[in-house]
Design a protein around this ligand. Structure first.
Ligand SMILES: Cc1cc2nc3c(=O)[nH]c(=O)nc-3n(C[C@H](O)[C@H](O)[C@H](O)COP(=O)(O)OP(=O)(O)OC[C@H]3O[C@@H](n4cnc5c(N)ncnc54)[C@H](O)[C@@H]3O)c2cc1C
Length: 468
């Protein structure tokens, strides 16, 4: 006979499997018509590969800075179909995957990076107003919550270091009510909640309005260069350009030597049905912050404009051989686990259903924040490795790529963060074995009051990690 735990799990599996297997954000009647692919030979000043946030910002900023420059963006599938249309929509000021990571890795320039990050988020907000992006931009901030005793002191210290408000159990529960919360910290200004697919679609429309040409269903299959510039081979033609930007995220880079630096890590998300007024009142959430809990394996969650709860994270799955596949977008056991954790956090919402379930690949690098550089003797620039915090940081990455292509020294090109690289991941089978051992160790640390084992301490010492 099945135990009551098994029966509960089966019930939750039925509940999550009734949801639509698609990104809530992309599953919208507002999705624009697909643009035509590139055919024949086309020439331009700047080619942009990738139609997610990184490529779209690069195209927009390049054209804004120099309206006379011809810019062509090619996207292998559709605008925003990958990470940019599947994420949690936390548009964070941090360029370093959080303050703690930035402070630890770049102590000498941490304050500069924080300033640049705030300026970047301000600029995204300004562009949203200027171009009229219909992306439900709400600068609601984030609430970090402690759900285990050992996390409380860590949150208090981090709140003091970052100058944000520490909340005791009663105060955090007055914001968002969960019986699992022991404390919280509220960073009110440094994160906006956005509808990410609408942001990508809005960026693409803005690009076209100022003269960028966009081609969808146009994967670049090869990249070569000569004295005159670069050539991108595509399925139905050729794109010649003086310079190129690669914003291809977790996908295999057209510059092969970059591939060891990235592993695609799958992250999964559920979205509930819209909460009724009574359900919403039972949770509170008047200030509509994004929320993240404080384990190594953490959940992130937020309200959508129509008051659903988006609930994602925890499992961060790496598949052998750096393989990316559409079948990996669905993982029933992870959805069931996410639902279990959801109802532990919000028992008052028992009975609510889920409307959408999906997953997507994150471009994880071992330092958790993007790295940058050039190839083909300075004619090609790239930014990669945003590791789960790229909704905002991709705009900054786009600026870095354009500065690098200009050949000039700028504030951005001189940053240690821009000049240095993370440690690469080893080849298979060591990458897979290493990731599994690290995930196991992180899970153990979460169960043992945060205590890190020898493997994690060794990785910390050499500056290498695994995160989503
Ligand atoms: C489930 C999930 C949740 C996340 N949550 C958050 C969050 O809440 N906040 C946050 O800040 N970040 C989050 N992220 C990360 C964030 O979504 C990404 O960092 C960001 O969208 C990266 O944008 P991008 O343009 O670099 O990549 P993508 O959006 O992946 O775009 C890359 C594009 O390049 C195209 N491409 C690749 N190779 C080629 C080629 N050879 N030719 C032509 N086109 C090519 C692809 O088709 C793709 O459209 C999340 C990611 C996932 C998957």
């Amino acid at each position: 006979m099945a135990s009551s735990e098994d029966a509960r799990r089966e019930e939750l599996t039925r509940l999550v499997m009734a949801a639509k297997p698609a990104s809530f954000w992309l599953d919208s009647p507002d999705a624009p018509a697909v643009r035509a692919p590139l055919r024949g030979e086309v020439a331009c000043d700047l080619a942009v590969v990738g139609g997610g946030f990184g490529g779209l910002w690069a195209a927009l900023l390049a054209k804004e800075a120099n309206p006379g420059r011809s810019v062509v963006l090619i996207e292998g599938s559709g605008i925003g179909w990958a990470a940019s249309g599947r994420n949690g929509g936390f548009c964070d000021a941090s360029l370093t995957h959080g303050a703690a990571n930035g402070r630890e890795r770049f102590p000498a320039e941490f304050e500069t990076l924080e300033r640049l990050g705030t300026e970047n988020l301000d600029a995204i907000e300004a562009a949203t107003g200027h171009y009229g992006f219909d992306c439900e931009f709400e600068r609601a901030g984030t609430l970090a919550v402690a759900t285990e005793d050992y996390q409380v002191a860590g949150l208090r210290e981090a709140a003091a270091a970052d100058g944000v408000k520490f909340l005791d159990a009663a105060a955090v529960r007055a914001e968002v009510d969960s019986p699992t919360y022991l404390a919280g910290s509220w960073d009110a200004g440094n994160t906006a909640m956005v509808h990410p697919a609408r942001l990508a679609w809005g960026l693409a429309a803005a690009c076209e309005r100022i003269g960028v040409r966009i081609a969808e269903r146009t994967p670049a299959t090869g990249l070569a260069s000569d004295a005159d510039g670069v050539t991108l081979r595509t399925r139905h033609g050729m794109l010649r350009a003086r310079r190129a930007v690669l914003a291809t995220n977790a996908f295999p880079s057209l510059v092969k030597r970059l591939r060891p630096y990235i592993v695609p890590v799958y992250d999964y998300v559920l979205v509930t049905e819209p909460l009724t007024a009574a359900q919403l009142a039972s949770v509170g959430w008047r200030n509509r912050q994004g929320v993240a809990d404080s384990g190594n394996q953490f959940h992130y969650y937020r309200l959508t404009a129509d008051n659903r709860i988006l609930w994602g994270g925890y499992d961060a799955i790496y598949y052998f051989g750096r393989v990316m596949r559409s079948s990996y977008d669905q993982r029933p056991e992870t959805f069931t686990r996410l639902a279990e954790h959801f109802f532990t956090t919000f028992p008052q919402l028992e009975g609510i259903g889920f409307s959408h379930r999906w997953g997507g690949a994150i471009d994880t690098c071992s330092r958790f924040c993007a790295f940058y550089g050039t190839a083909h003797r300075g004619r090609v620039a790239y930014a990669l490795g945003y590791t789960g915090l790229g909704v905002g940081a991709t705009r900054f990455g786009a600026r870095v790529m354009l500065d690098l292509l200009s050949g000039e020294r700028t504030e951005l090109t001189e940053l240690e963060m821009v000049r240095s690289k993370p440690l690469p991941f080893p080849p298979e089978p060591f990458a897979y074995l290493g990731v599994q051992a690290t995930r196991w160790s992180l899970d153990q640390a979460d169960r043992r009051s945060g205590r890190r084992n020898l493997l994690l301490r060794g990785l910390d010492a050499i500056g290498m990690g695994y995160d989503s």
